[in-house]
Design a protein around this ligand. Structure first.
Ligand SMILES: [Ca+2]
Ligand SMILES: [Ca+2]
Ligand SMILES: [Ca+2]
Ligand SMILES: [Ca+2]
Length: 318
């Protein structure tokens, strides 16, 4: 571990240059050192004090194990035994010796990606020397390592930057429950973004309506009431199945809708739907509650329907 220190003393001055050369055989050691010691003041500069002037010289000298600091490649010098392609030439730990038959994990893409997300490590094996120019075992090709692809919203780190689904709000195809003031539903993730909630949306005025299908046997009967979340009857569409030209609908007790065909409670069937809302609406009429009759009637209560001459009005009648 000897150091060789060389000094030159200039005429008429006391400037001394020191060049430090690390290690190595030094057959002339005694000559130079003794010369310097004879001419200069021994304690003037110290052997390492003038290293700034000698730095350039040392970098051009012997290359030791830690050679990474001296190469012109800067950050890209190949390091041995790390399984990475530090210098970016597509080869992993090339020119590094190894034990024949040994294996190590490796990644043959940019070192920053190695082991992240889709960029899984592969394996390389130490190849024994052949009978050609190769005189020492070398690491063979790195096989099985992953590679980056453009990031997609799939729950994986495709581009190997260490962030799963960067730029995505959700995993495409995922689904979650959602609700509006009008009810509950679900929303799906499409291309990484949550789609609209399929629950009913409020109208422009902020109201929520619900359509309730009706399919009722009989005449002078009532449809079930509107649901509690939309208790107001605001519309309907009614198809009476009987042959009488008269048809009548009217709001009835308990939020129900009364149906009457003709003036006898003798028709068989009616179908259609009622519209319910969380806010009251205008009275039922031809605009919001069409009826399939040539002589339709809309009452504000059942007793405003045409007089019943026979049969029993429903309990909702008033
Ligand atoms: Ca390399
Ligand atoms: Ca390497
Ligand atoms: Ca990513
Ligand atoms: Ca992804």
């Amino acid at each position: 571990m000897g150091e060789r220190v060389s000094r030159w003393t200039m005429l008429g001055g006391s400037v001394a240059l020191s060049v430090v050369v690390a290690c190595g055989p030094d057959p002339s050691d005694g000559d130079v050192a003794s010369n310097a010691g004879a001419s200069g003041a021994p304690g003037s500069g110290g052997s390492h004090a003038t290293g700034s002037g000698g730095a350039g010289a040392s970098s051009g000298g012997l290359s030791l194990g830690g050679a990474s600091s001296g190469g012109s490649a800067g950050a890209g010098a190949e390091l041995c035994d790390d399984g990475l392609d530090n210098d970016g030439n597509g080869l992993v730990d090339e020119d590094c010796t190894c034990s024949p038959g040994a294996t190590q994990q490796c990644y043959d893409g940019p070192a920053a990606e190695a082991g992240k997300g889709a960029c899984a490590f592969g394996v390389q094996e130490c190849v024994a020397p052949g009978n050609g120019e190769i005189v020492q075992p070398r690491w063979g090709a790195c096989t099985g390592s992953g590679a980056p692809t453009p990031e997609t919203c799939n729950g994986k780190d495709d581009d190997c930057d260490g962030v799963v689904d960067d730029g995505c709000d959700c995993v495409t195809g995922a689904q979650k429950a959602c609700s509006t003031k009008c009810g509950s539903g679900a929303q799906k993730c499409v291309a990484g973004k949550w789609g609209e909630c399929d629950a009913q949306q409020p109208s422009a005025t902020g109201s929520c309506t619900q359509k309730v299908n009706i399919d009722v046997d009989g005449d002078c009967v009532c449809a079930p009431p509107c649901p509690a979340s939309a208790p107001y009857l605001v519309g309907c569409k009614i198809d009476f199945q009987g042959g009488n030209p008269n048809g009548c609908v009217a709001p009835a007790k308990g939020g129900q809708l009364y149906f009457q065909e003709g003036v006898k409670c003798d028709a068989g069937h009616l179908k259609g739907y009622i519209m319910c809302s969380d806010v009251p609406g205008p009275p039922l009429g031809p605009g919001n509650c069409p009826i399939n009759k040539s002589d339709p009637h809309w009452g504000s209560k059942p007793s405003q329907c045409p007089d019943i001459t026979s049969g029993k009005p429903a309990s909702c009648y008033f």
